[in-house]
Ligand binder design. Structure first.
Ligand code: HEM
Ligand SMILES: *[C@@H]1O[C@H](CO)[C@@H](O)[C@H](O)[C@H]1NC(C)=O
Ligand SMILES: *[C@@H]1O[C@H](CO)[C@@H](O)[C@H](O)[C@H]1NC(C)=O
Ligand SMILES: *[C@@H]1O[C@H](CO)[C@@H](O)[C@H](O)[C@H]1NC(C)=O
Length: 329
């Protein structure tokens, strides 16, 4: 066998093994510039719009919790398949899919058919954290892209902003994620924004009480009431912490003072076992960063074990022509 053929055969072996172990430097031979390409596009996207960092990094969570990190989130709906983009937690909420397209287009120029969309999400999330002032870590790569998506599974699995700490612990435990992982991963709300849609219930009718959530600091609640008046525009957005463009431990300092934006944030102070980590991370940013990195790697390790492919276009399974698609944003 000639060298290039041997090389392709080797690649085939690696990528055809279902659930093949992920590893660092997976593309160091096949696409050595991959990580630099991803970082360049994320950095340019952030220069255009600061919030892109948050929007891009969130995609890893919503991809990985639904049948593993397999890029299923990125598939546009087709007449035969309802996409995950329109699932309850995603519709009118997930953003920056065009940044993923831009990364993938750049990779297809330099190394066609090599880098999976699932891996793009993992690299981009890491870069978004690092470029926002957070920790830097080495990602494991070698994921395959799914052949399908499941809106139903997303609806069932993804937690709503109303979820309480007990339910969040139960959910994360299903993915072998610990209480420390839950609290550290929630700390990604150190960057980005949420909609009034996600908090009006806790401002005006927490748990059907007709009253606001008593855990909200009164001054902060007055601010939120002004931002999100009852009956107002629920697409208006507010910052998830006091420094929404900086990846830091401000989120935890805010939680300690009752200034968490979402119910699912503030609820982390409601149980001793979650509150413990909120307090530790609020005082010690290094501990937060270390736990965050561990959590992000575990989140990235979730795999479906189903056969996949390297998609050419992250929105479409290979072999489907564009005109069969119903484009979504
Ligand atoms: C613990 C359970 C979680 C819940 C209930 C939750 C829920 C939410 C909600 C409701 C929003 C605002 C969406 C909107 O109003 O449109 C949001 C934003 C965000 N979430 Fe989470 N989240 C959770 C965990 C995570 C994790 C694990 C990550 C990342 C690994 C993450 C990253 C983000 C980011 C970065 C944003 C801001 C996005 C932007 O500005 O576009 N979240 N989350
Ligand atoms: C948390 O939410 C679950 C599911 O909605 C509910 O059954 C449970 O009673 C809640 N726990 C607390 C302490 O509010
Ligand atoms: C959690 O760990 C158990 C035991 O190691 C394993 O059997 C199971 O598949 C894991 N679950 C997930 C979602 O990774
Ligand atoms: C508050 O929520 C409860 C239960 O969901 C509902 O029955 C009630 O009508 C709501 N109150 C208001 C003022 O929206």
């Amino acid at each position: 066998m000639s060298d290039p053929i041997l090389f392709l055969f080797f690649l085939f072996l690696l990528s055809s093994a279902e659930g093949a172990p992920l590893r660092r430097s997976f593309y160091s031979e096949s696409c050595p510039g991959a990580e630099a390409t991803v970082r360049g596009v994320v950095s340019r996207a952030m220069a255009r719009e600061a919030r892109a960092a948050a929007s891009v990094m969130r995609l890893q969570f919503h991809d990985c919790f639904v049948n593993g990190c397999d890029g299923s989130l990125l598939l546009d709906e087709t007449p035969e398949m309802a996409g995950e983009k329109a699932a309850l937690s995603n519709v009118n909420s997930l953003r920056s899919f065009e940044v993923v397209d831009e990364i993938k287009d750049a990779l297809e120029m330099s190394c066609p058919g090599i880098v999976s969309c699932a891996d793009v999400l993992i690299m981009a999330a890491r870069d978004a954290v690092f470029l926002s002032g957070g920790p830097k870590w080495e990602v494991k790569l070698g994921r395959q892209d799914s052949l399908t998506a499941s809106q139903e599974d997303s609806n069932e699995i993804m937690p709503s902003p109303r979820t309480n700490a007990t339910s969040l612990i139960a959910l994360f435990t299903k993915f072998n994620l610990t209480v420390q992982d839950l609290v550290a991963l929630s700390g990604t709300h150190s960057i980005g924004q949420g909609r009034c849609f996600s908090i009006v219930f806790r401002l005006y009718n927490q748990s059907g009480s007709g009253m606001p959530d008593p855990a909200i600091d009164p001054e902060y609640r007055a601010e939120l009431d002004r931002l999100c008046p009852l009956g107002g525009d629920e697409d208006v957005t507010g910052d998830l912490d006091a420094t929404p463009q900086r990846f830091d431990n401000q989120y935890f300092k805010d939680l300690v003072r009752g200034r968490g934006f979402l119910n699912s944030d503030q609820t982390l102070t409601s149980l001793p076992e979650t509150r413990k980590y909120v307090e530790i991370f609020s005082k010690n940013e290094k501990r937060f960063f270390k736990a965050l990195v561990e959590g992000m790697i575990k989140l990235g390790d979730l795999q479906s074990g189903k056969p996949g492919e390297i998609r050419r276009n992250c929105r479409v399974v290979n072999g489907i022509s564009d005109d069969q698609l119903v484009k979504t944003k």
